[in-house]
Each structure stands twice: as C-alpha cells, then as structure tokens.
Design a protein around this ligand. Structure first.
Ligand code: PMP
Length: 363
C-alpha cells in the first residue's frame, strides 16, 4: 500500500513536472533561446563605421563570431547533425566523425556535447595549435594528419569517412559535399541578412571554404532580388578567383586558415556568382589590425579578408552602395600566428601592419 502511495505521488509529481517543463519551455520562447542549438544564428549585422565612411558605402558585417561556439561554422555543425537525426542516420549516443580545419569541429563539439554524441575529428596538421588544443578541451578525439590533396586517399576527409564507415551508429559530417551545410545558410543566414537590411542590399561578398556560407546566402538573396550582386573573395592560394575569371583550376599557398579551395564542392556547385575578387595576404593581415584598432573587432584572417574584399567591392561599385560580408570568427584562435611578430616576419607580413598598430604583438 505504501509503495502504491509512493508510486501515485511519484506519478503525480512527474505529471506536474512535465506540465512545469511545458510552461518553462513556452516561457523560454518569450526571450531565452532553446539551449545551445537554439542559440546558433540570429547574429547581429554590424555597420563598420570607419570603413563605411571612408568608402562612402555601407560596409555591413554579419558578426558570426557571436555564435555560441564562436564562429560561422556553428550553423553548418548544427544543420549537418540535425539533418542526420531527421534522416534517422544518427541515433542517441552515436558518433559524429568529421574532417575539419577547426571551426566546424569546434561547432560540432558544442552541438555533440549538447545533444549527447561523441565526436572524432581528423584535421590537417598545418592548422594552428590553439584550434587542436581547443577541440581536445571540448572533448573531441582529434587526429592531426599530414596535409595532402583531396584526391589522395590519405586526405583528412577520406580518413574521417573511413572511420565513420567502420563505426556503428556513426555519421561522417562531410561538410564539403553535404549540402545540409549550404541549406543551413539558405534557411537562416540569408533570410537574416535580407531582414536585417530590409532588402536594401546591393552586394554580398565572402570567401569560401566549403562554400556553404557563400552558396546558401547568395542563392537566398538572388531569389529575393536578381539585383543583389554576389561575389566570391579569394585568397592567393585558392583556385576560385582564377576559376571564376578564366575557367582554369590551379593552386598555390596562402596563410588564411579555413578558406581557399582547390575544387568546386557540392556546396558551392551552381551557386550564383557575379564575379570574384582576389585579396592578398598583405591586404588581409593589414585589415586584421584596422578592424582591431579602428572598428574594435578582434578577428581571424578570413574575416579580415572578407572585409578587405567588401572594401575593394565598394571601390569597384562606387559610393552609395550597401555591401554585406561575414566576420567568421574571433582572433583568439590565431594569437600564436597573426599576433606574433616572429611568425609575421617569417611570412613577410610584418611590414603590412601599420607601425601604430604593432604595439600588441607578442614575440
Ligand atoms: N572562415 C573560417 C575561419 C572558417 O573556418 C571557414 C570554414 N572552414 C570559413 C571562413 C568558410 O566558410 P564556408 O565553409 O561556409 O565556406
């Protein structure tokens, strides 16, 4: 009898707590976001005032570094994992395996921790130590492997795929060719930019790694208005500038982590491209320090490359235009490189930092 009373009262309290949970969840929508996954996206769009005034254009940056895992790749991580769950490919307690230069892995580590999955990462050993350390601190199992081209079976992406294939209840994120990545930007980043500019946007420009950000945003914006010009910004090591201007694929080296592509990925395929601008390492590194000391943003090289490309596009289009680009992540992940004098000198990049902005460099 006692046990029945206990059982009934347990049942009642469960019922009450479920009702309370409902109420709490509903209340959450009034202001708070729904856990880590619910806090991905809806980032601010920021007018970079000095650069805007200087060019006579509105240079607007989508502050993706304000995502909860700290980068634009939180969106891809969230959408790739959500898509696998929806398709029944990933079940509770499963494993996500990914090949990533860092930020996708960081985003996935957060999403996996919040959703109860294990994470295994393969990455090229050319990436910064901060990113490797951070991934391990976030609970991922990390395998840095030699950086070899995509068509080599030992490339980090193929290693990740094979690991997932030989593990039960595991998925390979496949961020380069899994179009859930691009779809995430089509469903969120693109509409956010359109709403935040109230449709008054002349151009969008950013560099590509997987191409997910560029393709998702550009496809959405073009659907809203054919007049929005969409440009790919490209670092010297990547092939896309040459591909979009001459049709040839050819690769050299560059210093910008996370971007620059040697092939047309599934995510980038058929994206609407009006043109491509070539941004050198000197321009990107110079912009890292202008963004820090003139605009107040501490960013990584790909963000600086994007902003430098928006400035170049402003010069090309002339005053009076509104140009949107992406701040991909913060400078915290690159302190040992971009903010280290010895590294900058070794890459011949020290001279492109204005003297008044060198005070914070370490050596
Ligand atoms: N910047 C950084 C720092 C990145 O890590 C990445 C993704 N590798 C990008 C830009 C490019 O984004 P996407 O993969 O969507 O083209």
């Amino acid at each position: 009898k006692v046990s029945r009373v206990i059982f009934q009262s347990y049942h009642r309290s469960l019922h009450t707590s479920n009702r309370m949970a409902d109420t709490i969840a509903k209340n959450a929508w009034a202001g708070a976001r729904d856990g880590f996954n619910g806090s991905v996206g809806r980032t601010p769009l920021v007018r970079l005032n000095k650069l805007s005034d200087e060019t006579g254009c509105n240079i607007l940056a989508k502050a993706e570094l304000q995502n909860p895992g700290g980068s634009v790749k939180d969106r891809a991580a969230h959408f790739i994992i959500k898509d696998a769950e929806k398709k029944g490919l990933l079940k509770p307690g499963g494993t996500v395996v990914e090949g990533t230069a860092g930020n996708t892995g960081i985003g996935m580590a957060h999403v996996c921790n919040a959703s109860g999955y294990k994470l295994v990462i393969y990455m090229p050993n050319t990436q910064s130590q901060e990113k490797i350390d951070l991934l391990r601190s976030l609970g991922a199992e990390v395998f840095p492997v030699p950086a070899v081209p995509f068509n080599d079976p030992e490339n980090y992406n193929h290693k990740a795929r094979r690991h997932a294939e030989s593990t039960e209840n595991a998925i390979w994120g496949n961020q380069f060719d899994n179009t859930a990545n691009r779809q995430g930007h089509y469903e969120t980043t693109g509409p956010e930019i359109w709403e935040q500019t109230e449709g008054k946007i002349d151009a969008f420009i950013c560099a590509t790694g997987t191409g997910g950000t560029f393709a998702g945003v550009s496809s959405y914006l073009k659907e809203k208005s054919r007049d929005v010009k969409c440009y790919v910004a490209d670092p010297p090591g990547s092939v896309l500038y040459k591909y979009f201007t001459t049709g040839q694929l050819e690769r050299t080296g560059d210093i910008t982590e996370g971007i620059g592509q040697g092939r047309i990925t599934e995510n980038l395929k058929d994206a609407p491209v009006d043109g491509s601008l070539h941004i050198t390492d000197d321009m990107s590194v110079g912009m890292v320090f202008r963004l820090l000391y003139e605009e107040g943003y501490f960013v990584g090289a790909s963000s600086a490359l994007n902003v430098a490309s928006a400035v170049e596009l402003a010069k090309k289009l002339g005053p009076g235009h509104t140009i949107v680009t992406i701040i991909c992540d913060g400078g915290y992940r690159y302190q040992s490189r971009l903010f280290n004098k010895d590294w900058l000198v070794s890459k011949n990049l020290f001279e492109c930092i204005p003297e008044k902005y060198r005070k914070g460099l370490t050596s």
